[in-house]
Design a protein around this ligand. Structure first.
Ligand SMILES: *Cc1c(COP(=O)(O)O)cnc(C)c1O
Length: 435
């Protein structure tokens, strides 16, 4: 395989990201087969090496980025690196505007790897008080075993974050929008706070900002541009887009690459090439097209819910009534600078008889009767998905903590799909009649 990194058609940097997510690198040294228009799905665990010397070179090269190597990668064994995942990484780095990306077997594998790479025993992590259920469980149940301390704070409140910072704090971690309640955290404001604190600290003690961008996707928001150091995301959701495979990614500075890829090799949560292929071939290339259509429908659905007498509150960043609408307009922008409030809606139905069962009645009715509403966890698929975070995705958080943080049993999370929006609204209207 010749080194084609300098091929004249590799002038992608002059093109829009939307085009680049479809083409990737026109000619990639990661890909041995020149004439496929679609990259073949690799299904080989191990790679033939022409000599012991080449094998030794492959091991020696490991954990060095392509730029550092200056030659085509020598693949050795899938868990170390393979063509499909590596091509996906190139495209994810471009999508998020990061220096490097690494894929993992799941979003949780990516999140746990990022936190464990940035914090070690004796360090302290601050995370937002509402998190995806498994991230909450990871921080609560596993960080203490590694003697990594944590504080859960309201990260929409800068003073609360400032008060939680200790000399040992190394990581500020949050989702924005937050799963499931759609609160936004101001990335640029957190950046200013971190800069202020880091000013007196040596490099090794600096605080890093890690943002989970799963809900927004890089189409709607680029945390690295807004001041985050590292992005984590699940590829299982809107980036994968079709609900066929689990995966995750960490995107960030080149300085993290070495530790992160060693972590992946040794803890073993590498993304299977068969799971890298769908987001590479279907997911990322259609992200913009899907997201533009999700958003149009999501805004219509949010307006419908907002005016419905049985709905108590609707949280969608695209609504003018959204309490953080100004921040949403600043922070959630697509590649062309248009407002991009995403595909996720959280709403609370009224609970007239005080039984906390109104949301469950609505969802159960929809699960049995509504053609376009599917009761299922996960999100960002072509089908509209509905679920009850209080009792499902956020079950890891104790009820008193959920209630104290504003998560209620009648809260409903909706991931808007690509169906005709009239049908989605008609089905939601019928389901609301049951409450
Ligand atoms: C689903 C999800 C994750 C975890 O991703 P997996 O691919 O399921 O491991 C992390 N963060 C958020 C916000 C999610 O919605």
């Amino acid at each position: 395989m010749s080194d084609r990194t300098e091929h004249p058609k590799n002038n992608e940097s002059g093109y829009q990201i939307r085009s680049r997510l479809i083409h990737g690198r026109s000619h990639s040294a990661r890909w041995d087969y020149d004439h496929h228009v679609v990259p073949p799905m690799t299904a080989s665990v191990t790679f033939r090496l022409d000599s012991v010397r080449r094998g030794a070179q492959g091991f020696e090269d490991f954990a060095q980025s392509e730029e550092q190597l200056g030659h085509a990668p020598i693949y050795v064994y899938d868990r170390l690196g393979e063509p499909n995942g590596d091509m996906l990484e190139d495209n994810l780095a471009a999508a998020e505007g990061g220096e490097m990306a690494l894929c993992f077997a799941s979003g949780m594998a990516a999140i746990s790897a990022a936190i464990c790479t940035l914090a070690r025993s004796g360090d302290h992590v601050i995370a937002h008080k509402v998190l995806y259920g498994c991230t909450y469980s990871f921080i609560k149940n596993w960080l203490p075993r590694f003697q990594i301390e944590h504080t859960l704070a309201d990260m929409a409140d800068l003073d609360a974050v400032r008060q939680a910072v200790t000399k040992q704090t190394r990581v500020l971690y949050f989702e924005t929008p937050v799963n499931p309640d759609m609160r936004l955290i101001d990335i640029a404001a957190i950046r200013s706070l971190a800069d202020e604190i880091n000013a007196d600290r040596p490099e090794s003690q600096r605080i890093r900002i890690v943002v989970d961008n799963t809900f927004a996707t890089p189409f709607c928001q680029r945390p690295l541009e807004l001041g985050a150091d590292v992005v984590c995301e699940s590829l299982t959701k809107a980036i994968g887009g079709f609900g066929t495979d689990i995966g995750g990614a960490v995107i960030g500075p080149r300085s993290m690459y070495h530790d992160l890829i060693l972590f992946r090799k040794d803890f073993g949560a590498a993304l299977s090439p068969k799971s890298a292929w769908p987001p590479l071939v279907y997911g990322l290339p259609t992200l913009a097209t899907r997201m533009i259509n999700y958003q149009k429908t999501a805004l219509r659905v949010a307006h419908f819910l907002e005016h419905h007498p049985k709905v108590e509150a609707v949280h969608y960043p695209g609504l003018r009534s959204f309490p953080q609408y100004d921040l949403a307009c600043r922070q959630m922008r697509d590649y062309r600078g248009q407002f991009a409030p995403g595909s996720m809606i959280y709403f609370v139905v009224k609970d007239p008889d005080g039984t906390d069962k109104a949301g469950e009645r609505l969802i159960d009715w929809a699960a049995q009767n509504a053609y376009t509403l599917t009761l299922a966890v996960s999100l960002g698929q072509i089908k509209t998905l509905i679920e009850a975070p209080y009792s499902m995705t956020h079950a890891a958080m104790p009820d008193d903590e959920k209630l104290a943080r504003g998560l209620v049993p009648s809260g409903i999370r909706l991931s808007v799909g690509l169906e005709d929006w009239h049908d989605i609204i008609a089905d939601l209207g019928a389901a609301l009649e049951q409450v």
